[in-house]
Design a binder for this molecule. Sequence first.
Ligand SMILES: Nc1nc2c(c(=O)[nH]1)N[C@H]1C(S)=C(S)[C@@H](COP(=O)(O)O)O[C@H]1N2
Ligand SMILES: [Mo]
Length: 315
Amino acid sequence: MLIKRSENWQESENSVTSETVYLNRRRLLAGVAVAGAAALAPSVFAQRDRVLKPLTATPTSFKLDESPTPEDAITQYNNYYEFGTGKGDPADNAWRLKPAPWSVKVDGLVDKPGTYALEDLVDFNALEDRIYRLRCVEAWSMIVPWVGIPLASVLKKIEPQSGAKYVAFETLADRDQMPGLRWPVLDWPYTEGLRMDEAMNDLAFLAVGLYGKELPNQNGAPLRLVVPWKYGFKSIKSIVRISLTDTQPATSWNISAPREYGFYSNVNPDVDHPRWSQSRERRIGEFGRRKTAKFNGYGDLVAGMYAGMDLSKNY
Ligand SMILES: Nc1nc2c(c(=O)[nH]1)N[C@H]1C(S)=C(S)[C@@H](COP(=O)(O)O)O[C@H]1N2
Ligand SMILES: [Mo]
């Protein structure tokens, strides 16, 4: 029996400390730590140790009118349960992750299976800039300037067979690097999946960077999925395996709470989470709430894939 820790998930929603106050407190603590070098925690050192390399990126049409969420909010307020369930845990603990060298196992219904070095799977000369809105199931959102490549370009490289109907993804699960694995909060390794047409959609993206630099570990280095019309948990981090299947893959959140998290998880203001409304969201760094848009505002690009489906049943 899994120990359900979903209360933690609601924390940002209901806690007295808004994420703005929280971030200010983290900044302040970091400042204090730097001022008094003796008090500097090892993790603060280690976290700053990793020099993020700049990436060359080409702008595309995927831009938004809204300004990006500040970099320190994107990198200090995270969900990455392999490093702990608190929003600050990933930034504190993910220095343990070794994102290079990195390889990805490709298997299932593909003509080019094998273990690929990251650089052989992702063409680092063809990186794009994409500014996407990310909407978390906990009702907060941010605007993230990603760097990466379309998922479709990686799928073409591994040559899916005609019987392939789904793509399954797996995160690294290494207890030496990921202290959160000691707790059975989720079914490890973290797994996610997409239907083939969703995976081939122009918006589905594999990120290797943000703000023009390599991904920080806490954001899913060195390779993470970004599916902007779906709730944040579909955007699986630190991917070590991509499998093509003919049956719908199991996903970690669905296994942990099937009534609350379905396979599709499209952003939908009309379908409430059983324990809270999905009609509004708080943009990180702002007070007050905005209305949540169906498919997170990307409906013109993705709604057609769900024509004829009852999205209150296929949530
Ligand atoms: N492996 C893994 N991927 C994950 C998660 C996780 O806990 N483990 N959390 C998900 C959730 S719930 C969200 S909202 C996003 C958060 O991404 P961010 O921390 O880069 O904002 O990552 C998703 N990907
Ligand atoms: Mo999330």
